[in-house]
Design a protein around this ligand. Structure first.
Ligand SMILES: [Zn+2]
Length: 283
């Protein structure tokens, strides 16, 4: 028992040291609150948390914080408000990973309809914009949040789960950073799959989600067009390659070069993301 405790301690301090060297940050603009909140949200000294995986949903600041509100995104606590079984699968996948704490925080500093996933080596935080209104499919904010959460949960699964796709970090080279695209494509596939489920018998145009999410759903519904310039999947991919993969002294990719990149380097990953969408939706 004692030996085990010691091991946990050592592992933890190494993780903290690592986090200084290479802090993973999937959306750095949302990092403002991190230092302060991590102290209160994640009691790092607690053995209970290190022994047992947990996933908690908490209000960041300023909201009424009733139990019902807090549990909006927790299918285990409040199943009637969650329509997407794909979201539930994502949630369950992350709670089944032992030894790592993942917090979901509604953060007012997060842009509406967007989210972020960060891992400081000891624990992870997923941030989404606070939900206003009812937790049901008639509420655009709710639909956006559920799809975004499923997306960020996929980042958590790929970061700390068995897939272990490593791409982020200051010491990564361009080849390693290319994995960023694979990670995003996997998350976009999940996000689109959740939106597809919300669709039911309706049309994409009528679905209450933001325009980016609509376009991305259309990309996965028309997979032959994903590598075309007008496509949202293509547009976002180019943005990510140029913004996060080709950093430093590298030249930015033109649209033609982006197509070449996808056809060569990204071919396998593109098929993977299409397959994820197909498998999740049964479409
Ligand atoms: Zn992402």
């Amino acid at each position: 028992m004692f030996a085990q405790k010691k091991k946990v301690k050592e592992k933890k301090s190494r993780a903290v040291a690592n986090s200084v060297a290479q802090k993973k940050n999937y959306a750095s603009q949302h990092f403002k609150f991190a230092e302060k909140e991590q102290v209160s949200l994640i009691p790092l000294g607690s053995n209970l948390i290190l022994k047992k995986p947990q996933l908690t949903v908490q209000r960041a600041i300023g909201w009424d914080g009733s139990l019902e509100v807090r549990n909006k995104y927790r299918p285990d606590k409040n199943p009637t408000n969650i329509t997407s079984s794909i979201y539930k699968e994502q949630y369950n996948a992350i709670t089944n990973i032992p030894g790592h704490l993942v917090n979901i925080v509604e953060d007012p500093n997060t842009t509406k309809g967007e989210g972020s996933y960060t891992n400081n080596g000891a624990a992870s935080i997923i941030r989404i914009h606070p939900l206003v209104g009812e937790a049901n499919i008639n509420n655009e904010d709710f639909n956006n949040n559920i799809a975004t959460l499923a997306h960020e949960l996929q980042h958590a699964i790929d970061d700390i789960g068995t897939s272990h796709i490593d791409a982020y970090g200051l010491n990564k080279d361009e080849v390693q950073r290319a994995n960023i695209i694979r990670i995003e494509w996997r998350a976009w596939a999940i996000q689109a799959a959740v939106n597809y489920q919300s669709l039911g018998d309706g049309s994409v145009d009528d679905l209450k989600i933001n325009s980016h999410q609509k376009k991305m759903l259309n990309s996965f519904l028309n997979p032959d067009q994903m590598n075309l310039r007008a496509d949202e999947f293509f547009r976002k991919t180019r943005e990510y390659i140029n913004g996060k993969v080709m950093i430093g002294n590298n030249a930015k990719l033109t649209e033609e070069q982006t197509q070449e990149w996808i056809n060569a380097k990204g071919k396998e990953w593109l098929e993977e993301s299409k397959l994820i969408f197909k498998t999740k939706t049964g479409r």
